[in-house]
Design a protein around this ligand. Structure first.
Ligand code: RFL
Ligand code: PHB
Length: 398
């Protein structure tokens, strides 16, 4: 088999890349380790930046997102029993869109299937060969049969635990990491959200987040210990703890119900450099992870896809490799800023096991500064709605 781009990973970054390449007449084959149902069962991101929405438009997959997504013009930050609002519209003129990653992925699968996209599920033993030459290939097994695809480029969109990043030799690759000493316990329930906007809350007992998917589907998170097991948290224990971590007015009003999903996610900041080796390009969680506090994971995956699909398009349309050569530099310039924001917002809102009284005073002062200072609110809002996509070097495609 031969194609122009092998995309490893059928998560949101791999599917979006493959669909955008298709729009520009570039062939790709997507290899996914799991089944489609498995990928669609993962409950993950819920907040999309406008840049992500624009890419979905360019990919021709924004119909449902436009009609069913919810525009949010701001968010509440709560500290103990008080809350204040950051107004995205006032500070940036831009809202964010609440629309679940599961739905984004479903829309992308439908579009790929409708446009004849080739996706091979249940692939095992995926290996990238000769990525540092002009003639790379990818081998894998499916249904016990070994297969090989010759290709011009390989896009490693296979998430944090994928094989693509490991293909880049350690002599070339440098990794930066911070692991946080807690996790998030998330619960999904078919109940109306407690508030029309998200509530990020810090209390003496730790962090809590009230989020949503639609008018009758709520997503809540609480900071938990890394040694906790979701099965040890009964629904009522979860709801009780959540209520103790959000201001009383919301605790009094929250509608509780049985969980339809409950899971624990660890929190990590991670970046690998470079994101490019020969003809292999990393995209999304394969190259970087953020703690979920700033809602940046899926959105940074999308900005990589923006830079990579334009670079590949430039290569096929003009023969220039300028875009692919500067992909890593351009993508990383934006990634590090999203890493900074996610790290800052996580530090602001969680209780850390080793926090001294001085640290607690600093955290309180920082929240108070954000509450009272318009410039600080503007900086927060600009980062939350998403920094612009721009090229470090001026480029033809924007
Ligand atoms: P994914 O989604 O992990 O997809 C990678 C795909 O690759 C497949 N794969 C392989 N396929 C073939 N061969 C191999 N060897 C393979 N190894 C792996 C996997 O099966 C999978 O299908 O990475 P991608 O596409 O880069 O997308 C990244 C996002 O999923 C991730 O950044 C976000 O979910 C992070 N995130 C959030 N991001 C936001 O922008 N906004 C949010 O509100 C937000 N909330 C969250 C989140 C992540 C969370 N968790 C569970 C980590 C909330 C949570 C709780
Ligand atoms: C979510 O709804 O899953 C969500 C929203 C905002 C975040 C993280 C997760 O910061």
């Amino acid at each position: 088999m031969r194609t122009q781009v092998v995309v490893i990973g059928g998560g949101p970054s791999g599917l979006l890349l493959s669909q955008l390449l298709h729009v520009h007449g570039i062939d790709s084959v997507v290899l996914e380790r799991k089944t489609k149902d498995y990928v669609l069962s993962r409950i993950r991101a819920g907040v999309l930046e406008q840049g992500f929405v624009n890419l979905m438009e360019q990919a021709g997959v924004a119909n449902r997102l436009r009609s069913e997504g919810f525009k949010h013009d701001g968010t509440l930050i709560a500290f103990e029993d008080e809350s204040f609002r950051i107004d995205f519209r006032e500070h940036t003129g831009t809202p964010v869109l609440v629309y679940g990653q599961t739905e984004v992925t479903r829309d992308l699968y439908e579009a790929r299937e409708a446009t004849g996209g080739k996706i091979i599920f249940n692939t095992d033993d995926v290996a990238i060969h000769d990525a540092d030459t002009d003639t790379p290939c990818v081998t894998f097994t499916v249904d016990g049969q070994q297969q090989r695809i010759d290709t011009d480029f390989v896009a490693g969109c296979d998430g944090f635990h994928g094989i693509s990043r490991q293909t880049i030799p350690l002599s070339v690759r440098r990794e930066y990491e911070k692991v946080y000493p807690f996790g998030w316990l998330g619960l999904l329930s078919e109940t109306p959200p407690v508030h029309e906007e998200l509530i990020y809350s810090l209390s003496r007992r730790g962090f809590a987040l009230c989020s949503m998917r639609n008018e009758n589907l709520s997503r809540y998170y609480i900071q938990c210990s890394l040694s906790d097991n979701p099965d040890d948290w009964t629904d009522s224990a979860f709801w009780n703890e959540l209520k103790r971590r959000i201001p009383q007015e919301f605790a009094d009003r929250i509608v509780t119900g049985p969980s339809i999903e409950k899971s624990i996610a660890p929190l990590r900041s991670f970046v690998t450099e470079p994101m490019h080796w020969g003809r292999l390009f990393l995209c999304g969680d394969a190259a970087h992870i953020v703690p979920p506090t700033g809602a940046k994971g899926l959105n940074t995956a999308a900005s990589d896809v923006h830079y990579l699909h334009n670079a590949l398009r430039e290569f096929y349309e003009t023969g220039s490799s300028e875009g692919i050569d500067s992909y890593s530099q351009n993508a990383l310039a934006r990634i590090w800023k999203a890493e900074r924001f996610s790290w800052w917002f996580s530090s602001l809102l969680h209780r850390f096991p080793d926090q001294s009284d001085f640290d607690l005073k600093m955290q309180r002062a920082e929240i108070d500064f954000l509450r009272t200072n318009k410039a600080a609110q503007k900086a927060m809002a600009e980062n939350y709605v998403g920094l612009p996509y721009c090229w470090v070097e001026p480029r033809r495609y924007r």
